[in-house]
Design a protein around this ligand. Structure first.
Ligand code: FAD
Length: 318
C-alpha cells in the first residue's frame, strides 16, 4: 500500500494551493481529484473575476490556467479521476473509488461545496433541456423566453436582473415572505416590469416533453397550487459543503462545514480542512457581465458579516 506524508482530497484552488506548499516543504504529497481536471468550481465561473488580489481574469478558466501554471513544476503526485470514497482517521487511510487504499501521515480535506438541489421531479430530467447552469453563460438561450428562477437570495436576484435583459419575463419564486437578497437588488427587480416576484412559493415539479414547458408552484401559506408556462429554470438556493467524508469523524458546524482552527486543524490530530468546505462565510463577490449593473449603495460596498448567509447570499455570482 502506498504511504505518503500528506494526502490532499480535492483539486480545487484550496487543494492545489495546499499541494504547492506541501511539496515546497519537501513533503511527499499526493493530490487526489475526482474530476478529469484540476480547478474545482473555477470551471463554473463564466464572468470576470475581479476580487482576487493581483490577478483579474475574464473567467474561471483563465484563472485556472494561471493556477495550473503555478503548480506546473511542483513536485507532487496527482491522481485524477479518482473519487475518494472514505477516510478512516483511525488508520489514516484513504479509500479510493477503484477499491485501492492509500495511507498518509496527514490528510487535508479540500472538497469544496456544491449547489443545493431542489430534489423535485423534473430537476434531473431537464438538465441540459432547459435547466440553466449559469445565468451568465446561458443568457443568450433565454432570449424571448420565459424563465423561472428559484431562490430569493443575491444569486437569484442578480440572475433575475441579468436575464430580464434577454427573457420576455422572469419569475422569481422563493419560500419566504420577502426575498433575502440585498435591498438594492430587490428594488431594482421590483422596478423592472418583466420581473415578477412570487413570495411564499415553492416549485414542486418541472414538466415538459423534449424540453421544459412549465413549472408547478405551491403557495406555502394557503397551499394553493398553480402552473406557470416557462421555457427555462435556474435554481439558486445556496450551496452545501462536501464534508461527508468527515461526517461523524470530526466536528462539523450546524450547516455541516468542517470546524477548523487558525491552522486548518480539525479536532482530530493529522486531519486538516481547507477552502470552502471549512469556510461557511467565504465571500464570493464578483462583477456580473454586462448589461447594466444594479446600482450599488454604500451599504452594499461592504458585506457585513451579519448579512452573510452562505446558503443564499454567497455563491451569488451569475
Ligand atoms: C459561479 C461562481 C462564481 C464565483 N466567483 C468567485 C469570485 O469572483 N471570487 C472568488 O473569490 N470566488 C468565487 N467563487 C468561489 C470560488 O470558486 C471558490 O471559493 C473556490 O473554488 C473554492 O475552492 P476549493 O478548492 O475550496 O473548492 P472547489 O473549487 O469546490 O474544489 C473542490 C474540489 O474537490 C473535488 N472533490 C470533491 N469531493 C471529492 C472526493 N470525494 N474525491 C475527490 N475529489 C473530490 C471536486 O471535484 C473539486 O474539484 C465562485 C464560485 C462560483 C460557482
Amino acid at each position: 500500500m502506498r504511504m505518503v506524508d500528506v494526502a490532499i482530497v480535492g483539486g480545487g484552488p484550496a487543494g492545489m494551493s495546499a499541494a504547492l506548499w506541501c511539496a515546497d516543504l519537501g513533503l511527499d504529497t499526493l493530490l487526489i481529484e475526482r474530476s478529469v481536471g484540476l480547478g474545482g468550481q473555477l470551471a463554473n465561473i463564466f464572468n470576470p473575476i475581479t476580487n482576487y488580489l493581483g490577478a483579474t481574469a475574464a473567467n474561471g478558466d483563465e484563472l485556472r490556467a494561471r493556477f495550473l501554471d503555478s503548480i506546473r513544476d511542483s513536485k507532487f503526485e496527482r491522481r485524477m479521476e479518482t473519487h475518494v470514497t472514505n477516510i478512516d482517521p483511525a488508520s489514516m487511510s484513504i479509500h479510493l473509488g477503484d477499491g485501492s487504499e492509500t495511507k498518509s501521515k496527514a490528510i487535508v480535506l479540500a472538497t469544496g461545496v456544491r449547489r443545493r438541489r431542489l430534489d423535485i421531479p423534473g430537476e434531473n430530467e431537464f438538465r441540459g433541456k432547459g435547466i440553466l447552469e449559469s445565468g451568465a453563460r446561458d443568457r443568450q438561450l433565454t432570449l424571448g423566453k420565459r424563465v423561472m428562477i428559484v431562490g430569493g437570495g443575491d444569486a437569484a436576484m442578480e440572475n433575475a436582473l441579468l436575464l430580464s435583459e434577454f427573457a420576455t419575463e422572469v419569475l422569481v419564486a422563493f419560500r419566504r415572505k420577502e426575498p433575502t437578497a440585498r435591498s438594492e437588488f430587490v428594488e431594482s427587480a421590483r422596478g423592472r416590469n418583466n420581473i415578477r416576484l412570487l413570495s411564499d412559493t415553492v416549485v414542486t415539479t418541472i414538466s415538459g416533453n423534449a424540453k421544459i414547458e412549465s413549472a408547478e408552484l405551491k403557495n406555502i401559506r394557503d397551499d394553493h397550487t398553480s402552473r406557470e408556462a416557462v421555457d427555462a429554470v435556474l435554481i439558486r438556493i445556496g450551496v452545501e459543503p462536501n464534508s461527508e467524508l468527515l461526517d461523524g469523524k470530526v466536528e462539523l458546524d450546524e450547516r455541516r462545514y468542517v470546524v477548523v482552527n487558525g491552522l486548518a486543524e480539525t479536532d482530530l490530530p493529522g486531519i486538516f480542512a481547507v477552502g470552502d468546505v471549512a469556510n461557511p462565510i467565504a465571500p464570493r463577490s464578483t462583477r456580473p457581465p454586462e448589461p447594466e449593473r444594479p446600482p450599488r449603495s454604500r451599504r452594499s460596498a461592504t458585506l457585513r458579516r451579519s448579512e452573510l448567509d452562505p446558503t443564499d447570499r454567497l455563491h451569488r455570482c451569475p
